[in-house]
Design a protein around this ligand. Structure first.
Ligand SMILES: [Zn+2]
Length: 317
């Protein structure tokens, strides 16, 4: 239970339910990306399978350890990451499987990590089983918002809303998890995270992985700062080809993500989301093509100076 930070009210409500072993057979875990839904799902599944007599989940019994290591045969993830939605076939398969008794656990727990990506047909298929499940079955539906599920599903579920952490909780957690990062970087990531630890960790990691030139390119491009782009590109003319190629690849990846953001997906980098919010798809696509052309020229032995000069013109058009 300690793995879930903050959320004091939710934790005490769950602790009471665990102690009396009064658990619902269907939970909605609602919160944005990075809010702790997956951690909470593991805690719930462990509490359902735990064989310890006292406080559940104990975290040390064989059943708990299997759940926490993601190897418990009766904790089943219902998802196909290769598909854009959670299809009705996946739900039907789970529904057929539900009537086979648990292998070794007390319960059979179905985790649907992208419940908001179930279309109405899939949700209705799920509804049939959560209306009258076998008594050992449980469903954990993870969603970025409870309202993305049908009212009929919501009314048969207990909704658990994840809450953002306080600043003190967040900074403390970041200091423990990333002791090697400096305090200013942790504070900057926290300030942009809106209170969600997972997002702060992502931002902190991004600060490391994105080259400073990429951060500057993203900032200038997002605010249409042509002078800033020129000031960035002029010194790059003196760089070696081997340095410039990976940089351009990162900018291309950045704009690809910005286009995905425009199409409604979540960007891996916050910098891409900023561009996605401020530039149109046509603008990002045009810049992406220019960068691809520049990368091709570089690989075709045109000098970095000439390529950066051409980029200044293309990005200014
Ligand atoms: Zn246990």
């Amino acid at each position: 239970m300690d793995a879930l930070l903050g959320n004091a009210r939710l934790r005490s409500a769950l602790a009471a339910a665990f102690a009396s072993d009064r658990l619902s057979h269907c939970y909605l875990l609602a919160g944005p990306e990075g809010s702790g839904k997956h951690t909470l799902a593991r805690i719930l599944a462990a509490a359902m399978e735990c064989t310890a007599g006292g406080k559940r989940p104990c975290g040390v019994c064989l059943q708990c350890r299997k759940v926490l290591d993601n190897v418990h045969p009766d904790v089943i993830t219902v998802d196909d990451p290769a598909k854009k939605t959670v299809t009705v076939e996946l739900i039907r398969n789970a529904r057929a499987d539900v009537y086979i008794k648990p292998n070794e656990g007390r319960r059979k727990v179905y985790v649907i990590p992208r419940a908001m990506d179930m279309n109405p047909a899939a949700q209705n298929a799920l509804l049939k089983v959560i209306e009258e499940p076998p008594d050992y079955a449980a469903f954990l539906l993870l969603t970025d918002g409870a309202e993305r599920l049908l009212p009929t599903i919501r009314s048969r579920s207990v909704t658990l809303h994840l809450a953002p952490l306080t600043e003190a909780e967040g900074l403390d957690a970041l200091a423990k998890r990333c002791p090697d990062k400096d305090a200013a970087a942790r504070a900057a990531a926290w300030a942009r995270s809106e209170g969600w630890l997972g997002q702060a960790l992502r931002l902190l990691e991004e600060g490391e992985s994105l080259a400073p030139e990429t951060q500057r390119f993203a900032a200038c491009f997002a605010r249409r700062d042509k002078l800033g782009l020129t000031e960035l590109l002029v010194p790059l003319e003196r760089q070696k080809r081997e340095q410039l190629v990976p940089l351009l690849q990162q900018w291309i990846e950045l704009l690809s993500q910005a286009l995905a953001v425009r199409a409604g997906q979540l960007g891996r980098w916050e910098a891409a989301e900023r561009i996605g919010r401020s530039r149109t798809s046509a603008e990002s696509l045009k810049a992406l093509r220019s960068l691809q052309r520049a990368a091709e020229l570089l690989n075709g032995n045109v000098s970095p100076g000439a390529v950066c000069g051409a980029l200044q013109v293309w990005l200014d058009e």
